[in-house]
Ligand binder design. Structure first.
Ligand code: GLC
Length: 740
């Protein structure tokens, strides 16, 4: 027995050795990918040098797909295709959207894929390991369908909850968004396919996305949106970064020496390749300003990184040098992610049952309990009569619109096309995943008498509500790529409906299926509110399991819910009065839009509320549980840059908590920032000691060439949200400067 005992010291040394080996192995892989890429570039003929630098859109979508070259045999209908170089064993790149699963591209794909819950639901889990598993799942489906690039890793911050694509992203905080996006990218790439991170950068609105000019200082950008991408890239190591449509300080994001050359490739030393967003390239100078690959060139009208690049490279050494670098970068990403040695093949098997279970777990951990008066939840299976209203709850759960839209096997349960003409109208449909909350509730409460009314008329909803012990009303807010939400109300008169129903029956529970934060004028009339976001392929089962307590809610908000639009840095939606609505965001004659992000700067969301001493409706980090937790004993170790504390489950049922550590003042100046978090699972009556690393950049200010920690007294506090902080402790942190 003794021989079997391994001393603690040996175990630690063993772990250390393993860690060093894996780090060394990673470094070897990296070096090998770089050297292999250089060797392949050296073999390229002149003609071959402009093959990997531009691509087509392999989908006959209206007049977009037909105008380009004939689709190659190995193309898979999807967002993009880059020809390979068979002579050099370089595979073609088959690209699919997106962060929530293999997109159905407006119905051109009918093969079905598993829809993860939306980005805001994923972010509400605060669970990097689970998000990594979700990425691994959708990446495996992409690979089984023949794709080797997934256009995922949406990391834009929620500067404005009205952004139409808030649902795709991971909230308002750079640490949370970057960490979770990095985990998703890691998961996707674990399949030996490339993931992107996108949309680089500062693409935080959809209005006039094609030409909106974002004004932002280097400091403000580095301490917010760019920090989110920096963390995602460090932790996820994406093979590609997708540059955005908008302008940044007068230069297009895909033609931007500052963001692409100085920050991404220079300061951060990133070795992958920058691909453009679809239709985001406007000039051949893009080749000198950091773009490595023009996606779906047909949408730009000119093959800037194809024939035009070849002509420029033939006469200008700067272009010639860039062409080699472009190929080096694309090949580095191919080799680093083993696309050549472990190729994606069409026809792979997909276990939709197991994948659905992953989506359901993400949904269950991402559902946020916002209100639970008198502990009306969890529902007793003995409740005699429950009226369910609205949200197509008898059929499915809502999902967001645009390129990220995933369609499950068998197609949507409900699809409300938005009509209109033009090729991209296909993408615009309010679609419901085949997962009915009502069906799932009936399965959990077979003795309860359920009634369902669609909620089209307040009259019959109120009559139904009066007959019930409990009312569960599903409220939906659809949002989509390409347009922003005009405000934060619930559309189609749902606010009035909820108000009337809750007035008729105080035991009213509201379940939200929405892309982003909404106002709740009816809040105080309701008994409970559940935030389920767009809950994905098994969202109905997830909602029912939370309602009936099969799963204890554990989600925490990744974005603040404003109490009114007046609380936002830009109460009037930028461009709402001046820009002609166009879901592509394409400029019309005479249109221009400048948005000054320096108003809030890096103080996005909870930082903005703290700076203005205002109180949101629900704060960042907020989430209730069916049990209770206590946080205690915060200690900050300035030398190791760690925070330690204890979490206890003081209630009567098992549950997960998300403990949060905030900086509250830096060298004497009030400054709120999330600096660490940890999700813990605890049985009732148990507790756990936790230690989290603090990234020093979160204590620092960008100084123009790096980060400065001014040094002095820094205060930290434990919190169950950004607005619910314990008394702070103060620690002396030594001054230091950090590289970018
Ligand atoms: C879209 C989106 C981007 C997507 C790409 C391909 O316009 O902005 O997120 O990956 O085009 O569909």
């Amino acid at each position: 027995m003794r021989a079997m005992m391994i001393s603690g010291k040996t175990r630690v040394l063993g772990t250390l050795a393993l860690l060093l080996c894996s780090t060394a192995a990673l470094a070897d892989d990296d070096a090998s990918a770089s050297s292999r890429a250089a060797a392949t570039v050296a073999k390229m003929t002149t003609d071959e040098q402009t093959i990997l630098t531009h691509g087509i859109m392999p989908m006959a979508l209206g007049d977009f797909g037909s105008g380009g070259p004939k689709f190659p045999d190995d193309a898979v209908p999807g967002a993009g295709y880059i020809y390979g170089i068979p002579r050099l064993n370089v595979p073609s790149l088959r690209e699919t959207d997106a962060s929530l699963g293999v997109a159905y591209i407006g119905g051109l794909r009918k093969d079905g894929a598993t829809a993860l819950p939306s980005g805001m639901a994923m972010a509400s889990t605060w669970n990097p390991a689970l998000i990594e598993a979700g990425g691994a799942m959708i990446g495996s489906e992409a690979k089984a369908k023949g794709f080797n690039v997934m256009l995922a890793g949406g990391t834009n911050l929620m500067r404005d909850p009205r952004n139409g694509r808030t649902f795709e992203y991971m909230g308002e905080d750079p640490l949370l968004a970057g960490t979770l996006a990095g985990a998703a990218i890691r998961g996707i790439q674990s399949n030996h396919i490339i993931s992107t991170t996108k949309h680089f950068a500062l693409n935080d609105y959809e209005t006039a996305r094609d030409f909106a000019n974002i004004i932002v200082s280097d400091k403000n950008a580095r301490e917010s949106d760019l920090l989110a991408f920096e963390i995602a890239i460090e932790q996820g190591k994406p093979g590609s970064v997708m540059c955005a449509y908008n302008k940044i300080n007068d230069h297009y994001a895909c033609d931007n020496d500052y963001t692409l050359n100085k920050v991404l490739k220079g300061d951060w030393g990133w070795k992958g390749f920058v691909m453009s967003d679809w239709g985001a390239v406007h000039s051949p100078t893009t080749a000198l300003n950091g773009l490595d690959q023009q996606s779906a060139w047909i949408l730009d009208g000119k093959d800037y990184l194809g024939k035009i690049l070849a002509e420029n490279a033939a006469k200008d050494p700067a272009y010639a040098a860039r062409v080699k670098d472009m190929n080096q970068r694309v090949l580095y990403a191919i080799y680093a992610n083993k696309l050549d040695s472990d190729p994606a093949m069409k026809g792979g098997a997909i276990d939709f049952e197991a994948h659905g279970a992953v989506a359901q777990k993400v949904a269950e951990q991402g559902i946020v309990l916002l209100r639970n008066e008198g502990n009306i939840l969890p529902l007793a299976a003995s409740a005699k009569r429950i009226t369910v209203i609205g949200g197509y709850a008898d059929s499915g759960v809502l999902s967001g619109g645009g390129s990220s839209q995933v369609e499950g096997p068998g197609g949507p349960a409900v699809a409300i096309p938005l009509g209109g003409d033009g090729a991209f109208a296909l993408f615009f449909s309010q679609a419901y995943q085949r997962s009915s909350p009502l069906k799932a509730m009936k399965a959990l409460a077979p003795d309860t008498k359920f009634s369902f009314t669609r909620g089209d008329y307040i009259t019959d909803a109120v009559i139904a509500a009066k007959k019930a012990d409990v009312v569960v009303i599903f409220a939906t807010q659809w949002s989509t790529e390409g347009v922003d939400l005009p405000d934060l109300s619930l559309p189609h008169g749902q606010d009035a409906l909820i108000d009337a129903v809750a007035s008729a029956n105080p035991h009213t529970i509201v379940v939200l299926e929405n892309g982003s934060p909404v106002l709740m004028p009816w809040l105080n009339k309701t008994a409970a509110v559940l935030e389920s976001w767009f809950p994905g392929a098994r969202g109905g089962q997830a909602i029912a399991n939370i309602l009936y307590g099969k799963v204890n809610p554990s989600g925490h908000l990744p974005g603040s819910f404003p109490a009114s639009l007046d609380q936002l840095p830009r109460p009037a939606l930028p461009g709402a009065e001046t820009i002609e609505p166009d879901f592509q965001g394409k400029a019309h004659p005479g249109e221009a839009l400048t948005i000054d992000y320096n108003i809030e700067g890096a103080d996005i969301g909870y930082r903005w509320y703290a700076r203005n001493h205002t109180k949101p409706l629900f704060p960042f980090g907020f989430g209730l549980s069916y049990t209770s937790f206590a946080l205690s004993g915060l200690k900050v170790d300035a030398h190791n840059m760690t925070a330690s504390f204890t979490v206890a489950n003081t209630g009567s049922v098992a549950g997960d908590d998300v403990a949060q550590v905030y900086l509250t003042s830096a060298a004497g100046t009030a400054h709120e920032r999330l600096v660490g978090f940890q999700r813990v699972s605890l049985a009732p009556g148990t507790k756990q000691s936790v230690t989290v690393k603090i990234d020093p950049r979160l204590l620092a200010e960008w100084n123009g060439t790096g980060w400065t920690v001014r040094g002095g007294q820094y205060s930290f506090a434990l919190g169950t949200s950004a607005a619910d902080l314990q008394p702070a402790i103060s620690t002396n942190i030594p001054a230091k400067t950090l590289k970018p």
